[in-house]
Design a protein around this ligand. Sequence first.
Ligand code: PMP
Length: 350
Amino acid sequence: MSRFLSGKYADMTPYTPGEQPRNRKYIKLNTNESPFPPSEKALLLAAEEAKSLQLYPDPECLRLREALAARLGAEPEEVLPTNGSDEILNFAFMAFCDKDCGAVFPDITYGFYPVFAELNGVPYREIPLAEDFSVRTGDYCGVNATVFLANPNAPTGMALPRTEIEKILRANPDNVVVIDEAYVDFGGESCVGLIHDYDNLLVTQTFSKSRSMAGARLGFGVGNAELIRDLNTIKYSTNPYNINRMTAAAGLGVLADEEYTRENCRAVEENREFAAAELRALGFECLESRANFILAKHPRTDGAYIYEALKERGILIRHFTKERIKEYNRITVGSREQMQALVEALKEIV
Ligand code: PMP
């Protein structure tokens, strides 16, 4: 830390992204990326758009908002594209939380939530998941704070039905409820259809997982127009050009290639069921996942050891050190070949 860093950040522990190794070619199952290449349409449109890089992009991102709105059954003014969904989540902490209105989220969830809370000086409470890692919706009713819930949750992969989210929305009419649907396309139930029923609902999604665009950084929020206007105040006060030209063009290409996305999601779901069955046959306990990853532990083999032993064999997965899940590893669901290689390596290890 330099002697110039503002005291308000002195105690910050930043988010630790998953490893992006450069020294060796790994089978990369550690950051929930898609094993499939981006849509051809996305690549073509992005390459064409690159010819106009001397010009700023459209700060209103109008064409992308129109295309997204049409896909989501919303209006363009109900949608805000961002630089990854991380950005809209940070905007939500900035816009809808402060020292008088803190945040609540589960103890085991996306590790960026406490970081955003700390960055923005927002007091927060972590609500323990049940013993079986499920979200007890009753714990989120009448909390007097902004609610952040990943659904499906990460790194558990477990999902809540929409009816349970509705209970939380109804029980917190004066607080914003943010539903982070980064993984919803792999078998979850989306709450986007509820935005016209609840003025306190903000849904966030991403192009990083199901749409093979993690490297382009594109996410979005969808909610009633007033919430989106508030979030735009934050956007225009930080980075009006948050979506670069190539990313916006690639996003349009992906949205025009919906069947490709659907096929890839179906393949990931099949590979997930294949991998979970193979892991269980090796004695692993796997949580019931509706996402593109599996959280698994072995009753007789240490979680950190499994992570290291796989790494030595050229396979990267994600190990967490948090007490409640330190025996587990989160394994991204990749292609069938990648899952087969994983299973073969695990047979040697356990
Ligand atoms: N939410 C959850 C639950 C995630 O796991 C991630 C991925 N790290 C994100 C949001 C953010 O993803 P991105 O910024 O790539 O859209």
